[in-house]
Design a protein around this ligand. Structure first.
Ligand code: KDG
Ligand code: MG
Length: 415
Protein backbone atom coordinates (compact mmCIF):
# COMPACT_ATOMS: atom_id res chain seq x y z
CA UNK A 1 0.00 0.00 0.00
CA UNK A 2 1.95 3.01 -1.28
CA UNK A 3 1.14 6.70 -1.30
CA UNK A 4 0.34 7.53 -4.89
CA UNK A 5 -0.80 11.12 -4.62
CA UNK A 6 -0.78 13.85 -2.00
CA UNK A 7 -2.80 17.00 -2.46
CA UNK A 8 -3.16 20.04 -0.22
CA UNK A 9 -6.64 21.50 -0.50
CA UNK A 10 -7.50 24.96 0.82
CA UNK A 11 -11.16 25.78 1.08
CA UNK A 12 -13.09 28.54 2.80
CA UNK A 13 -16.77 27.59 3.03
CA UNK A 14 -17.47 29.50 6.26
CA UNK A 15 -13.82 29.98 7.24
CA UNK A 16 -10.44 28.75 5.92
CA UNK A 17 -9.51 25.08 6.20
CA UNK A 18 -6.37 23.28 5.01
CA UNK A 19 -6.78 19.58 4.24
CA UNK A 20 -4.20 17.03 3.15
CA UNK A 21 -5.64 14.33 0.89
CA UNK A 22 -3.52 11.23 0.41
CA UNK A 23 -4.38 8.45 -2.01
CA UNK A 24 -2.80 5.01 -2.15
CA UNK A 25 -2.00 2.90 -5.19
CA UNK A 26 -5.01 0.71 -4.35
CA UNK A 27 -7.34 3.72 -4.28
CA UNK A 28 -7.76 4.37 -0.55
CA UNK A 29 -8.12 8.03 0.40
CA UNK A 30 -6.97 9.48 3.73
CA UNK A 31 -7.63 12.99 5.03
CA UNK A 32 -5.72 15.11 7.52
CA UNK A 33 -6.47 18.57 8.93
CA UNK A 34 -3.63 21.13 8.79
CA UNK A 35 -5.59 24.30 9.61
CA UNK A 36 -3.66 26.93 11.56
CA UNK A 37 -5.96 29.86 12.15
CA UNK A 38 -4.67 33.06 10.53
CA UNK A 39 -1.46 31.39 9.30
CA UNK A 40 -3.01 28.79 7.00
CA UNK A 41 -0.80 29.37 3.97
CA UNK A 42 2.42 28.79 5.91
CA UNK A 43 1.31 25.19 6.54
CA UNK A 44 0.18 24.85 2.92
CA UNK A 45 3.68 25.78 1.78
CA UNK A 46 5.35 23.52 4.38
CA UNK A 47 3.28 20.62 3.11
CA UNK A 48 3.35 21.33 -0.63
CA UNK A 49 6.97 22.41 -0.88
CA UNK A 50 8.66 20.20 1.69
CA UNK A 51 6.49 17.24 2.73
CA UNK A 52 4.43 16.11 -0.25
CA UNK A 53 7.56 15.33 -2.34
CA UNK A 54 8.76 13.05 0.50
CA UNK A 55 5.48 11.16 0.73
CA UNK A 56 5.04 9.93 -2.82
CA UNK A 57 6.00 6.26 -3.00
CA UNK A 58 6.17 5.76 0.79
CA UNK A 59 4.55 2.73 2.41
CA UNK A 60 1.23 4.13 3.70
CA UNK A 61 1.04 1.54 6.48
CA UNK A 62 4.18 2.86 8.28
CA UNK A 63 2.57 5.59 10.36
CA UNK A 64 5.06 5.78 13.25
CA UNK A 65 8.06 5.57 10.93
CA UNK A 66 6.66 8.35 8.74
CA UNK A 67 6.03 10.51 11.81
CA UNK A 68 9.57 10.02 13.11
CA UNK A 69 11.02 10.59 9.64
CA UNK A 70 9.16 13.88 9.12
CA UNK A 71 9.88 15.10 12.65
CA UNK A 72 13.55 14.18 12.90
CA UNK A 73 14.74 14.55 9.30
CA UNK A 74 13.69 18.22 9.18
CA UNK A 75 16.22 19.05 11.90
CA UNK A 76 14.07 22.17 12.68
CA UNK A 77 11.62 20.65 15.09
CA UNK A 78 8.37 21.56 16.83
CA UNK A 79 6.41 24.77 16.33
CA UNK A 80 2.82 25.16 15.12
CA UNK A 81 3.52 25.06 11.38
CA UNK A 82 5.69 21.95 11.48
CA UNK A 83 3.44 20.10 13.90
CA UNK A 84 0.22 20.93 12.02
CA UNK A 85 1.81 19.64 8.82
CA UNK A 86 2.99 16.41 10.49
CA UNK A 87 -0.43 16.05 12.14
CA UNK A 88 -2.16 16.13 8.76
CA UNK A 89 0.06 13.35 7.41
CA UNK A 90 -0.37 11.26 10.57
CA UNK A 91 -4.17 11.55 10.61
CA UNK A 92 -4.47 10.84 6.88
CA UNK A 93 -2.39 7.68 7.33
CA UNK A 94 -4.56 6.54 10.28
CA UNK A 95 -7.63 7.18 8.10
CA UNK A 96 -6.14 5.00 5.36
CA UNK A 97 -5.13 2.24 7.78
CA UNK A 98 -8.61 2.10 9.30
CA UNK A 99 -10.23 2.08 5.85
CA UNK A 100 -7.90 -0.75 4.81
CA UNK A 101 -8.98 -2.66 7.93
CA UNK A 102 -12.65 -1.86 7.23
CA UNK A 103 -13.04 -0.42 10.74
CA UNK A 104 -13.87 2.92 12.30
CA UNK A 105 -10.58 4.38 13.48
CA UNK A 106 -11.37 4.13 17.19
CA UNK A 107 -11.30 0.34 16.84
CA UNK A 108 -7.66 0.46 15.78
CA UNK A 109 -6.89 2.68 18.78
CA UNK A 110 -8.10 -0.02 21.17
CA UNK A 111 -11.88 0.15 20.77
CA UNK A 112 -14.44 2.25 22.61
CA UNK A 113 -13.86 3.01 26.29
CA UNK A 114 -17.25 4.73 26.56
CA UNK A 115 -20.53 5.08 24.68
CA UNK A 116 -20.05 8.73 23.73
CA UNK A 117 -18.10 11.89 24.44
CA UNK A 118 -19.28 14.54 26.86
CA UNK A 119 -18.98 17.89 25.11
CA UNK A 120 -19.13 21.53 26.03
CA UNK A 121 -20.44 24.40 23.93
CA UNK A 122 -19.75 28.13 24.05
CA UNK A 123 -22.38 30.33 25.66
CA UNK A 124 -21.61 34.04 25.63
CA UNK A 125 -23.15 37.47 25.96
CA UNK A 126 -22.21 41.10 26.21
CA UNK A 127 -24.44 41.30 29.28
CA UNK A 128 -26.31 38.87 31.52
CA UNK A 129 -29.61 38.72 29.56
CA UNK A 130 -27.73 37.92 26.33
CA UNK A 131 -25.59 35.37 28.17
CA UNK A 132 -28.61 33.68 29.79
CA UNK A 133 -30.33 33.40 26.39
CA UNK A 134 -27.20 31.81 25.01
CA UNK A 135 -27.00 29.33 27.91
CA UNK A 136 -30.67 28.40 27.37
CA UNK A 137 -30.03 27.95 23.65
CA UNK A 138 -27.13 25.58 24.38
CA UNK A 139 -29.23 23.61 26.86
CA UNK A 140 -31.92 23.27 24.16
CA UNK A 141 -29.27 21.95 21.75
CA UNK A 142 -28.56 19.24 24.32
CA UNK A 143 -25.25 20.43 25.77
CA UNK A 144 -24.59 19.07 29.25
CA UNK A 145 -21.60 21.33 29.93
CA UNK A 146 -21.22 24.97 28.96
CA UNK A 147 -18.39 27.48 28.65
CA UNK A 148 -19.29 30.94 29.92
CA UNK A 149 -17.72 34.06 28.36
CA UNK A 150 -19.04 37.52 29.10
CA UNK A 151 -18.53 41.10 28.03
CA UNK A 152 -16.81 43.33 30.59
CA UNK A 153 -18.24 46.80 31.36
CA UNK A 154 -16.10 49.46 29.70
CA UNK A 155 -14.55 47.11 27.12
CA UNK A 156 -15.92 47.32 23.58
CA UNK A 157 -14.96 43.96 22.19
CA UNK A 158 -13.31 41.01 23.90
CA UNK A 159 -12.58 37.38 23.22
CA UNK A 160 -15.34 34.81 23.19
CA UNK A 161 -18.48 36.86 22.65
CA UNK A 162 -20.49 35.57 19.70
CA UNK A 163 -22.35 38.82 19.08
CA UNK A 164 -19.01 40.62 18.65
CA UNK A 165 -18.09 38.59 15.66
CA UNK A 166 -18.35 40.29 12.30
CA UNK A 167 -17.61 38.58 9.05
CA UNK A 168 -17.07 39.61 5.49
CA UNK A 169 -19.17 36.65 4.39
CA UNK A 170 -22.89 36.64 4.96
CA UNK A 171 -23.21 35.14 8.43
CA UNK A 172 -26.92 35.83 8.43
CA UNK A 173 -27.53 33.44 5.55
CA UNK A 174 -29.85 30.64 6.52
CA UNK A 175 -28.12 27.80 8.33
CA UNK A 176 -24.84 29.65 8.86
CA UNK A 177 -24.18 30.03 12.54
CA UNK A 178 -21.02 30.13 14.56
CA UNK A 179 -20.97 30.56 18.31
CA UNK A 180 -17.80 32.54 18.11
CA UNK A 181 -15.32 32.62 15.25
CA UNK A 182 -12.65 35.10 16.25
CA UNK A 183 -10.80 35.24 12.91
CA UNK A 184 -12.08 38.01 10.68
CA UNK A 185 -11.87 38.15 6.92
CA UNK A 186 -9.85 41.29 6.32
CA UNK A 187 -6.39 42.43 5.25
CA UNK A 188 -5.42 43.48 8.79
CA UNK A 189 -6.09 42.02 12.25
CA UNK A 190 -8.96 43.60 14.16
CA UNK A 191 -8.01 45.45 17.36
CA UNK A 192 -9.79 44.53 20.60
CA UNK A 193 -9.37 46.20 23.99
CA UNK A 194 -8.43 44.79 27.35
CA UNK A 195 -8.31 45.76 31.00
CA UNK A 196 -7.34 43.05 33.49
CA UNK A 197 -8.61 44.82 36.63
CA UNK A 198 -12.11 45.30 35.15
CA UNK A 199 -12.14 41.67 33.99
CA UNK A 200 -11.08 40.30 37.38
CA UNK A 201 -13.76 42.39 39.14
CA UNK A 202 -16.52 41.38 36.74
CA UNK A 203 -16.14 37.66 35.97
CA UNK A 204 -16.94 36.31 39.48
CA UNK A 205 -20.21 38.31 39.44
CA UNK A 206 -21.09 36.67 36.13
CA UNK A 207 -20.55 33.16 37.50
CA UNK A 208 -22.56 33.99 40.59
CA UNK A 209 -25.46 35.13 38.40
CA UNK A 210 -25.23 32.07 36.15
CA UNK A 211 -25.22 29.70 39.15
CA UNK A 212 -28.23 31.54 40.65
CA UNK A 213 -30.13 31.25 37.37
CA UNK A 214 -29.15 27.73 36.24
CA UNK A 215 -28.36 25.93 39.50
CA UNK A 216 -25.33 24.17 40.97
CA UNK A 217 -25.26 21.02 38.81
CA UNK A 218 -24.29 22.02 35.28
CA UNK A 219 -20.54 21.87 34.58
CA UNK A 220 -19.37 25.40 33.72
CA UNK A 221 -16.07 26.32 32.09
CA UNK A 222 -14.25 29.57 31.42
CA UNK A 223 -11.36 30.63 29.17
CA UNK A 224 -9.07 33.43 30.39
CA UNK A 225 -7.30 33.23 27.00
CA UNK A 226 -3.68 33.77 28.10
CA UNK A 227 -4.19 37.26 29.59
CA UNK A 228 -3.20 37.08 33.25
CA UNK A 229 -0.02 37.12 35.29
CA UNK A 230 0.41 34.16 37.66
CA UNK A 231 -0.76 36.13 40.70
CA UNK A 232 -3.78 37.51 38.84
CA UNK A 233 -4.61 33.99 37.69
CA UNK A 234 -4.32 32.74 41.27
CA UNK A 235 -6.78 35.39 42.42
CA UNK A 236 -9.27 34.55 39.66
CA UNK A 237 -9.09 30.84 40.49
CA UNK A 238 -9.74 31.63 44.15
CA UNK A 239 -12.58 34.04 43.42
CA UNK A 240 -14.28 31.43 41.21
CA UNK A 241 -14.04 28.58 43.73
CA UNK A 242 -17.57 29.14 45.14
CA UNK A 243 -18.98 28.55 41.64
CA UNK A 244 -17.42 25.11 41.19
CA UNK A 245 -15.95 25.39 37.69
CA UNK A 246 -15.26 22.29 35.61
CA UNK A 247 -12.14 24.15 34.50
CA UNK A 248 -10.46 27.49 34.14
CA UNK A 249 -8.50 27.59 30.89
CA UNK A 250 -5.30 29.27 29.69
CA UNK A 251 -4.97 31.56 32.68
CA UNK A 252 -1.37 32.48 31.86
CA UNK A 253 0.46 32.72 28.51
CA UNK A 254 1.91 29.53 27.03
CA UNK A 255 5.57 30.50 27.18
CA UNK A 256 6.02 29.80 30.91
CA UNK A 257 3.85 26.81 31.76
CA UNK A 258 5.65 26.45 35.11
CA UNK A 259 3.92 29.72 36.11
CA UNK A 260 1.02 27.43 36.98
CA UNK A 261 2.94 26.36 40.10
CA UNK A 262 2.07 29.64 41.71
CA UNK A 263 -1.55 29.46 40.55
CA UNK A 264 -1.86 25.93 41.92
CA UNK A 265 -0.60 26.97 45.36
CA UNK A 266 -3.55 29.31 45.73
CA UNK A 267 -6.59 27.65 44.21
CA UNK A 268 -8.44 24.36 43.86
CA UNK A 269 -10.22 25.51 40.68
CA UNK A 270 -9.23 22.89 38.06
CA UNK A 271 -6.86 24.16 35.37
CA UNK A 272 -6.73 23.40 31.64
CA UNK A 273 -4.02 24.54 29.24
CA UNK A 274 -2.35 23.74 25.96
CA UNK A 275 -4.44 24.58 22.90
CA UNK A 276 -1.39 26.33 21.42
CA UNK A 277 1.11 23.70 22.62
CA UNK A 278 2.57 21.45 19.94
CA UNK A 279 4.46 18.59 21.58
CA UNK A 280 4.58 16.35 24.62
CA UNK A 281 7.62 18.34 25.73
CA UNK A 282 5.50 21.48 26.12
CA UNK A 283 3.38 19.50 28.59
CA UNK A 284 6.10 17.40 30.21
CA UNK A 285 6.83 19.47 33.29
CA UNK A 286 3.28 20.56 34.07
CA UNK A 287 2.04 16.99 33.78
CA UNK A 288 4.85 15.58 35.92
CA UNK A 289 4.31 18.24 38.60
CA UNK A 290 0.53 17.85 38.34
CA UNK A 291 0.05 21.55 37.68
CA UNK A 292 -2.93 20.97 35.39
CA UNK A 293 -6.06 18.85 35.30
CA UNK A 294 -6.83 18.85 31.56
CA UNK A 295 -4.67 18.70 28.42
CA UNK A 296 -6.09 21.10 25.82
CA UNK A 297 -3.92 19.89 22.93
CA UNK A 298 -5.68 19.29 19.61
CA UNK A 299 -4.86 16.41 17.26
CA UNK A 300 -4.45 19.04 14.52
CA UNK A 301 -1.78 21.05 16.36
CA UNK A 302 -0.04 18.32 18.36
CA UNK A 303 1.46 16.27 15.55
CA UNK A 304 -1.61 14.11 15.00
CA UNK A 305 -3.18 11.13 16.71
CA UNK A 306 0.16 9.36 17.28
CA UNK A 307 1.78 12.19 19.23
CA UNK A 308 -1.26 13.44 21.14
CA UNK A 309 -1.97 9.86 22.21
CA UNK A 310 1.53 9.61 23.70
CA UNK A 311 0.93 12.90 25.53
CA UNK A 312 -2.41 11.75 26.89
CA UNK A 313 -1.00 8.37 27.95
CA UNK A 314 1.67 10.24 29.89
CA UNK A 315 -0.99 12.49 31.44
CA UNK A 316 -3.03 9.43 32.44
CA UNK A 317 -0.29 8.36 34.82
CA UNK A 318 -0.95 11.55 36.80
CA UNK A 319 -4.79 11.41 36.70
CA UNK A 320 -4.82 14.23 34.15
CA UNK A 321 -7.50 14.02 31.49
CA UNK A 322 -8.09 15.11 27.92
CA UNK A 323 -9.91 18.32 27.05
CA UNK A 324 -9.12 18.50 23.34
CA UNK A 325 -9.42 21.86 21.65
CA UNK A 326 -12.46 21.90 19.36
CA UNK A 327 -13.20 25.42 18.07
CA UNK A 328 -14.45 26.01 14.55
CA UNK A 329 -10.88 26.36 13.28
CA UNK A 330 -10.39 22.63 13.83
CA UNK A 331 -11.89 21.25 10.62
CA UNK A 332 -14.41 18.39 10.59
CA UNK A 333 -11.44 16.13 9.76
CA UNK A 334 -9.58 17.29 12.89
CA UNK A 335 -12.75 16.98 14.96
CA UNK A 336 -13.33 13.42 13.74
CA UNK A 337 -9.76 12.50 14.68
CA UNK A 338 -10.36 13.95 18.16
CA UNK A 339 -13.59 11.96 18.52
CA UNK A 340 -11.97 8.62 17.61
CA UNK A 341 -9.08 9.27 20.00
CA UNK A 342 -11.38 10.48 22.76
CA UNK A 343 -13.60 7.43 22.45
CA UNK A 344 -10.64 5.07 22.76
CA UNK A 345 -8.48 6.50 25.54
CA UNK A 346 -9.20 5.79 29.20
CA UNK A 347 -8.46 9.31 30.48
CA UNK A 348 -10.98 11.19 28.34
CA UNK A 349 -12.28 14.29 30.13
CA UNK A 350 -14.44 16.44 27.86
CA UNK A 351 -14.53 17.50 24.20
CA UNK A 352 -15.04 21.09 23.10
CA UNK A 353 -17.60 21.24 20.31
CA UNK A 354 -18.66 24.52 18.70
CA UNK A 355 -20.41 23.19 15.56
CA UNK A 356 -19.47 24.12 12.00
CA UNK A 357 -21.63 26.05 9.54
CA UNK A 358 -23.87 24.52 6.87
CA UNK A 359 -21.48 25.15 3.99
CA UNK A 360 -18.65 23.48 5.89
CA UNK A 361 -20.86 20.46 6.46
CA UNK A 362 -21.48 20.20 2.71
CA UNK A 363 -17.76 20.40 1.86
CA UNK A 364 -16.95 17.81 4.55
CA UNK A 365 -19.44 14.91 4.55
CA UNK A 366 -19.43 13.50 8.07
CA UNK A 367 -20.70 10.46 9.94
CA UNK A 368 -20.55 11.68 13.56
CA UNK A 369 -23.62 12.06 15.76
CA UNK A 370 -24.41 14.61 18.49
CA UNK A 371 -27.20 13.32 20.72
CA UNK A 372 -28.06 14.55 24.23
CA UNK A 373 -24.83 16.50 24.44
CA UNK A 374 -22.70 13.48 23.53
CA UNK A 375 -20.59 13.12 20.38
CA UNK A 376 -19.83 9.84 18.65
CA UNK A 377 -17.67 9.51 15.52
CA UNK A 378 -19.92 6.89 13.88
CA UNK A 379 -19.15 3.48 12.45
CA UNK A 380 -17.91 4.24 8.94
CA UNK A 381 -14.46 2.80 8.18
CA UNK A 382 -11.68 5.34 8.79
CA UNK A 383 -12.36 8.79 10.20
CA UNK A 384 -15.86 8.87 8.74
CA UNK A 385 -15.26 12.13 6.85
CA UNK A 386 -15.14 12.56 3.07
CA UNK A 387 -14.05 15.73 1.33
CA UNK A 388 -16.35 16.86 -1.46
CA UNK A 389 -13.59 18.21 -3.70
CA UNK A 390 -15.98 19.96 -6.10
CA UNK A 391 -17.78 21.75 -3.27
CA UNK A 392 -14.42 22.66 -1.69
CA UNK A 393 -13.36 24.23 -5.00
CA UNK A 394 -16.27 26.67 -4.83
CA UNK A 395 -14.75 28.44 -1.80
CA UNK A 396 -11.20 29.71 -2.42
CA UNK A 397 -8.97 30.94 0.42
CA UNK A 398 -9.89 34.31 1.92
CA UNK A 399 -7.34 36.26 3.92
CA UNK A 400 -8.35 36.29 7.59
CA UNK A 401 -6.62 37.14 10.85
CA UNK A 402 -7.20 36.58 14.53
CA UNK A 403 -7.68 39.83 16.48
CA UNK A 404 -5.11 41.28 18.85
CA UNK A 405 -5.38 43.31 22.08
CA UNK A 406 -4.35 46.80 23.16
CA UNK A 407 -4.60 48.27 26.65
CA UNK A 408 -6.10 51.74 27.17
CA UNK A 409 -2.64 53.36 26.85
CA UNK A 410 -2.00 51.63 23.53
CA UNK A 411 0.24 48.81 24.79
CA UNK A 412 -0.16 45.52 22.90
CA UNK A 413 -1.42 42.81 25.28
CA UNK A 414 -1.79 39.03 24.95
CA UNK A 415 -4.92 38.06 23.07
O1 KDG B 1 -7.84 30.10 16.61
C1 KDG B 1 -7.97 30.54 17.92
C2 KDG B 1 -9.15 29.86 18.56
O2 KDG B 1 -9.12 28.50 18.29
C3 KDG B 1 -9.18 30.05 20.04
O3 KDG B 1 -9.28 31.42 20.32
C4 KDG B 1 -10.37 29.31 20.63
O4 KDG B 1 -9.49 29.59 22.84
C5 KDG B 1 -10.23 29.01 22.08
C6 KDG B 1 -11.04 27.90 22.61
O5 KDG B 1 -10.84 27.59 23.77
O6 KDG B 1 -11.84 27.35 21.88
MG1 MG C 1 -9.14 28.42 24.62
Amino acid sequence: MFIDSAEVIVTSPDRNFVTLRLQTDDGLVGLGDATLNGRELAVVSYLRDHVVPLLIGRDASRIEDTWQFLYRSAYWRRGPVTMAAIAAVDVALWDIKAKAAGMPLYQLLGGASRTGLLTYGHASGQDLPELFDSVRHHLELGYKAIRIQSGVPGLKSIYGIASNATFEIDQTAEGVRYDHEPARRAALPFEEDWDTRSYLRHIPTVFEAVRNEFGPAIPLLHDAHHRLTPIQAARLGKDLEPFDLFWLEDVTPAENPEALRLVRQHTTTPLAIGEIFNTVWDFQQIIREQLIDYVRGAVTHMGGISHLRKTLDYAAQYQIKSGMHGPTDISPVGMAAAMHLGLAIHNFGIQEYMQHGERTNVVFEQSFTFVDGMLHPGERPGLGVELNVDAAGEYPYVQAYLPYNRLADGTVHDW
